[in-house]
Design a protein around this ligand. Structure first.
Ligand code: PLP
Length: 387
């Protein structure tokens, strides 16, 4: 599906030009929005030749699929109605009743809830793995293990597993390897280049980058994407044409946005680490981060997300979020504005207090999605709020 000459382009150029319709539709520089549920069928066609919005094959879908696949150097991609639609549809395409999944312990709360509450009802079991300890995975394999699931950088502790070892382990044992690449973005980590079968995104976050839509994406091997696309057609979690167009627009500035976010996050992390009111900071760009060296090896950037705990615990965290003037106290992440959350109340509220404790998520943990503001203003905002 890729235009052959797109593969050689720099990722910054791919964001603008890869996958675009050639020639441009009616010469339009910006891809028009095809606000049509259905498309005329020219000749007697079979079901898969029908062009219909739920089948994710309108021109607005196709251009995104080609661009996303090009960005990660993968064979194929499909967009979905949300990150959770992408994740659940992918898992339900590679697993069936009686199967077993190995899954990283600290996960985004929605994925955690799906794995622990919904999959068991469908007869699909799981075991938690420590993604940083490949030697322990073999012991958890069962004859019915079919897949292994990790996140590039975990939410909200920013842990980094041995990602190449995950892909190698999957290959050696005939498992499908899946990685949620939302936090790293295709600029920070390219799952296909490290041997992963599937990369998942909440496109709500960095890919769109403007906090004004909900979307998801699955990127990876063509044969798996075909299965996932069929399941998505049946489950109905397609992305609306307008949301496709917004995502397409947002994607074009991904490189500019995330590089600024990475720089801002590094500066904020260093500032917080040196502040007497802060007990600890989780950011892979800090030398104090347990996987800092691995992050240097694997990632093109340390990301725009960080989290920290104040010496004053939950009380201090509540006071801080009330005093911030620029950073907005709101869930979600990856937009141009800095957002602050308390994961125990938002992204990880669906975990029981025991599950949160086991995952190492302190109730007083503050998570920051760093935006593209001028760094001096951002640091000043945290300085005055911590004073
Ligand atoms: N994956 C990660 C890492 C997330 O942080 C989120 C949402 O916060 C999701 C997936 C789910 O995405 P969505 O809200 O677009 O369904």
């Amino acid at each position: 599906m890729l235009h052959d000459d797109d593969r050689a382009l720099h990722v910054d150029t791919k964001l603008i030009h890869a996958g675009e319709w050639r020639p441009r539709i009616e010469g339009a520089v910006v891809m028009p929005i095809f606000q049509s549920a259905s498309f005329q069928t020219r000749e007697a066609a079979d079901y898969h030749d029908i062009h219909y919005l739920r089948l994710s094959n309108t021109p607005n879908h196709v251009v995104l699929h080609r661009k996303l696949a090009a960005l990660e150097g993968a064979e194929a991609a499909v967009v979905a109605a949300s990150g959770m639609a992408a994740i659940t549809t992918a898992l339900l395409s590679v697993l069936r009743r009686g199967d077993h999944l190995l899954v990283q312990r600290c996960l985004y709360g929605g994925t955690h809830a799906f794995v622990t509450r919904d999959l068991p009802e469908l007869g699909i079991e799981h075991d938690w793995i420590d993604a940083g300890d490949p030697a322990s995975w073999e012991r958890q394999l069962r004859p019915n293990t079919r897949a292994i699931y990790v996140e590039t950088l975990t939410n909200p502790l920013l842990e980094l597993g041995d990602l190449p070892a995950v892909a190698r382990f999957a290959r050696a044992h005939g498992l499908v390897s899946l990685v949620d690449n939302t936090f790293a973005t295709p600029l920070g980590f390219c799952p296909a280049a490290h041997g992963f079968d599937l990369s998942l995104h909440s496109a709500t976050k960095y890919l769109n980058g403007h906090s004004d839509l909900v979307a998801g994406a699955v990127i990876g091997r063509a044969e798996l994407l075909e299965r996932i696309k069929h399941r998505l057609d049946h489950l109905g979690g397609c992305l609306d044409a307008h949301a496709c167009a917004l995502l397409h627009r947002g994607l074009k500035t991904l490189a500019l946005r995330v590089r600024r976010q990475w720089e801002n996050a590094q500066r904020l992390a260093e500032f917080l680490e040196s502040h007497p009111a802060v007990a600890r900071v989780h950011y892979p760009g800090l030398e104090s981060h347990p996987q800092h060296r691995l992050a240097r090896e694997l990632l093109q950037g340390f990301g725009g997300m960080l989290s920290f705990v104040l010496r004053d615990g939950l009380e201090g965290a509540r006071r801080l979020v009330g005093r911030l003037r620029l950073a907005v106290f709101a869930p979600s992440l990856g937009g141009v504005e800095t957002l602050v959350t308390l994961p125990a109340m938002t992204s990880h509220a669906s975990l029981s207090p025991q599950e949160r404790a086991r995952a190492g998520i302190d109730d007083a943990l503050v998570r920051v999605s760093v935006g593209i503001e001028a760094p001096e203003d951002l640091l000043e905002d945290f300085r005055q709020a911590l004073a």
